[in-house]
Ligand binder design. Structure first.
Ligand code: SF4
Length: 471
């Protein structure tokens, strides 16, 4: 593996404000303003638009050389004024970029001054989220933004303080709009459609129906009254176990709301765990519809087993998604020889190793985190997987190695439909398993076609064959 500690080559992560934008996009009637130079919001708008195939508007304070030298206070105030004039959002998230953090602009002070100077009332909520981009990743930016949103809404004394007996569900990592819809369906079918508060909810905002009407701010997202009501809930579940879900800890410590963290329900075991917990909280048996879906998933696993068993895979991407996909691969008899989380998180390696030991203790797996694509490239060449599972950015490595890439996670900018990829729940597991199995079968078809084209010649089963039993 390349020995480097001085630079990053082709990072696997995106910067913190990107995560902040994704979190605010799941809040009703909100807009994001990035305090920094224009290129930052352009980069994020493009990246998100390519993945979700939706227009993504992000304001910028457009800092120039003057702002970099004398401070960006005036630019930020002007940016906020313009954003209010043009979009009229009820909530504005303000995140810092590299430049604003480097010059040390205090966005809390600037926002307080702006409120006073422009006589902004309490009906307009402006939430500062400092996100220095030269440390951590989009994942930590997401967690910080969700925490800041929860703090802002729940610390406001104007809301009611009546026990609502609801369940808070707080995501600690971005999931697709289709996954969000599945999550909401699972919650409706277990705890009840009016008995949970999901934050953030991008099911509509990042995948809006075409109506022919151009809306400046896409409808949808978690309602403000619901976020304020989170302090009155009976319990909180943090979705994702590899990171510290700061909003969950805040609700627990400040309002004494019992909390637990669960893995994203990817694959059989993790979906079982989530459904069992939700059904227990609701005081019901696991709904029959999910018992049937589970049976279908097991049927699908039996069908696919002879094709996927023993396939060496490398899985990479955001930590909670990778952990879920690792679990799914192990449950299906695959051999995950390389498992890579794009960013560092406190418990990724521990949970990944725990899952390997539970299912396939003899699996020789390399677990890496916080690496760039250059290091990942070296690791792939060393491990020689037969398939990659991860985002679009691994396609050059897959091409060079002559192996297929099953697209999963964020970002997927070279294919359509990323917003509709379902990986959560039993249905998501079935879809992912079908995708993986069919990819293997396509590769085998191509190999066998070459063999059939010259019947007299013998095409030996090489080490890249997906049928180790035949090899
Ligand atoms: S890394 Fe810094 S400069 Fe680059 S887009 Fe992110 S915030 Fe802007």
């Amino acid at each position: 593996m390349t020995e480097r500690n001085y630079t990053t080559v082709n990072p696997c992560i995106m910067c913190q404000p990107m995560g902040s934008v994704m979190a605010f996009k799941g809040i009703e009637n909100s807009m994001m303003l990035l305090h920094g130079s224009q290129g930052c919001s352009t980069y994020m708008r493009l990246h998100l638009a390519h993945h979700f195939r939706e227009p993504v508007d992000i304001g910028s304070s457009s800092l120039s050389e003057k702002g970099a030298v004398y401070g960006g206070s005036e630019n930020l105030k002007k940016g906020l004024k313009n954003l209010i004039l043009r979009y009229n959002p009820e909530v504005i998230g303000v995140s810092t970029t590299c430049l604003a953090e480097t010059i040390g602009d205090d966005i809390r002070r600037i926002i307080a001054e702006f409120r006073e100077e422009e006589c902004i009332g309490n009906e307009r909520i402006i939430i500062p989220v400092p996100t220095p981009s030269y440390e951590e990743s989009h994942n930590s930016g997401y967690i910080k933004a969700v925490e800041a949103i929860v703090k802002e809404f729940t610390m406001d004394d104007s809301g009611k303080n009546i026990f609502n007996n609801k369940l808070n569900i707080v995501l600690s990592e971005n999931i697709s709009p289709e996954d969000t819809r599945e999550m909401k369906q699972i919650l409706s079918n277990t705890v009840g459609s009016n008995s949970y508060i999901l934050l953030p909810d991008i099911s509509e905002t990042f995948d809006a129906p075409m109506t022919g009407e151009l809306q400046k701010i896409t409808p949808g997202g978690t309602k403000h009254s619901d976020i304020a009501d989170m302090k009155n809930s009976a319990a909180t579940i943090g979705m994702g176990i590899t990171n510290d879900n700061r909003a969950v800890s805040f609700l627990e410590q400040t309002f004494e709301i019992p909390a637990q963290n669960l893995p994203l329900p990817i694959g059989l075991e993790y979906t079982d765990r989530v459904l069992a917990t939700l059904s227990k909280i609701a005081g019901i048996d696991i709904p029959e519809a999910y018992q049937k879906e589970r049976g279908r998933l097991i049927d699908a696993m039996v069908d696919s087993h002879k094709y996927v068993y023993g396939t060496k895979v490398a899985i990479y991407g955001d930590p909670n998604n990778v952990l879920g996909m690792l679990s799914l691969a192990l449950e299906n008899g695959m051999h995950p020889i390389l498992v890579v989380a794009s960013s560092k998180s406190p418990r990724f390696a521990e949970y990944a190793m725990e899952r390997v030991k539970q299912v396939k203790p003899d699996c020789d797996v390399t677990i890496l985190e916080d690496v760039d694509f250059d290091t990942f490239n070296d690791a792939v060449k060393k491990a020689k997987p037969q398939m990659l599972i991860g985002n679009s950015n691994g396609k050059y490595i897959a091409k060079e190695m002559g192996i297929p890439l099953v697209r999963f996670g964020f970002p997927i900018h070279d294919r359509v439909g990323a917003q509709r990829i379902l990986s959560l729940g039993y249905r998501g597991a079935m879809i992912m398993l079908d995708k993986i199995t069919n990819t293997i079968l396509e590769v085998e078809d191509a190999r066998l076609e070459a063999k059939w084209a010259e019947p007299e010649s013998y095409v030996p089963l090489g080490e890249n064959s997906f049928h180790p039993a035949e090899a």
